[in-house]
Design a binder for this molecule. Sequence first.
Ligand code: URA
Length: 195
Amino acid sequence: PLDAAVLATRQQQLQTLGTEVASCRRCEELACGRRQTVFGAGSPAAKICFFGEAPGADEDATGEPFVGKAGQLLTKIIEACHLSREEVYILNVLKCRPPGNRKPLPDEVANCRDYFQQQLALIAPEVICCLGATSAQALLDTTESIGKLRGRWHRFGNAAVICTYHPSYLLRNPAAKRDVWDDMKTMMRHFGCEL
Ligand code: URA
């Protein structure tokens, strides 16, 4: 178990970074359109980080990641892994809602890279689960499709990386839930947990 003092320091560093992000104006269009930034949520001691794309309307309104329709599905996926939202950490590539929920632009990902990399370095999870192509491609610095990236292990620093489909995609394409379940089984087997 992590030392309480180490965790308290980490919590403090995350909070400091979150405060910095809250006043970020690197992307003019996003800074003008947001109600608030959505930094991330969960345990600073998390062994697993779920890495999404960008806040939507519900997240922009609440300041919490993955609280809308896709978020409710992510919560179900997390619980199906015998985990809770409180014990994992959930973050996005972008901390601001893109207008009309459009895909993040390359410049926006570049502007936010330093934030998500610092977050991941502070939490130092054993596993990062990328949700969808945007986060997988941003983290792994690749243009490979999510269909090709999913189902096998990758690496980011000391973390093992598994990629799977985004919950929003599952809402449009429920048949892909089987593949996500396979990916979650692979992920949890890493921790000796057979689903
Ligand atoms: N989709 C994401 O990628 N992230 C969120 O926080 C919500 C929806």
